[in-house]
Design a protein around this ligand. Structure first.
Ligand SMILES: Nc1nc2c(ncn2[C@@H]2O[C@H](COP(=O)(O)OP(=O)(O)OP(=O)(O)O)[C@@H](O)[C@H]2O)c(=O)[nH]1
Ligand SMILES: [Zn+2]
Length: 191
């Protein structure tokens, strides 16, 4: 993959501005290519990190805790790879630990690290679950994401208010009906 410079990104934005029918040299737009390029760096910051790294530090003194751990309503800001438009919503992430747990902020960091890339929601959901399964090796993992896609609400089919719900369940959260029901109930309690 070709590595591009900030200057090249700015030139590309300038082309898009012109293509949209605007004058990139008018006062309000002069700095826009630079702003957009900087903004893309932040919005796509996920390419500069491996979210698995957040899960390396764990705690084993859990007092025998062996029930589900669920972090609900993690804000998701991601981008559909078809239109590069945002999809916004919430993720619910749970796991059934084996003998160690992770700091809860790290679950949100993992979501954010994968979200700040271009992809479809199905892939985002799977990547989060698989990273947790791979690094923490819990008895089970569940990830549910509900999000509204700007490419559907702002353009195209124009259906504001419709949410895409995706889930990836692994291990006992997928295979043991009682654990699965408990996870889904906790994750959906507020729907
Ligand atoms: N499965 C899935 N589809 C997505 C996601 N984000 C956007 N899409 C869809 O990707 C599809 C791309 O379809 P295309 O026909 O190639 O593109 P398009 O002509 O812009 O399609 P419209 O959005 O229907 O106007 C659309 O149906 C989008 O709704 C996602 O996260 N998951
Ligand atoms: Zn889209």
């Amino acid at each position: 993959m070709t590595k591009r410079t900030q200057a090249e990104a700015e030139a590309a934005v300038r082309v898009l501005i012109e293509w949209a029918g605007e004058d990139p040299d008018r006062e309000g737009l002069v700095e826009t290519p630079a702003r957009v390029a900087r903004s893309y760096k932040q919005l796509f910051a996920g390419y500069a990190e491996d979210p698995r790294d957040y899960l390396e530090k764990t705690f084993e003194e859990v007092g025998g805790y062996d029930e589900l751990i669920v972090l609900r309503d993690i804000r998701v800001v991601s981008f559909c790879e078809h239109h590069m438009l945002p999809f916004l919503g919430r993720a619910h992430v749970g796991y059934l630990p084996t003998n160690r747990v992770v700091g809860i902020s790290k679950l949100a960091r993992v979501v954010n690290g994968f979200a700040r890339r271009m992809q479809i929601q199905e892939k985002l959901t799977a990547e989060i679950a698989e990273a947790i399964q791979e690094v923490l090796q819990p008895q089970g993992v569940g990830v549910i994401i509900e999000a509204e896609h700007s490419c559907m609400t702002m353009r195209g089919v124009n259906t504001p208010g419709s949410n895409l719900i995706t889930s990836r369940l692994m291990g006992v959260i997928r295979d043991d009906p009682r654990t699965r029901d408990e996870f889904l109930r906790i994750a959906r309690e507020h729907y």
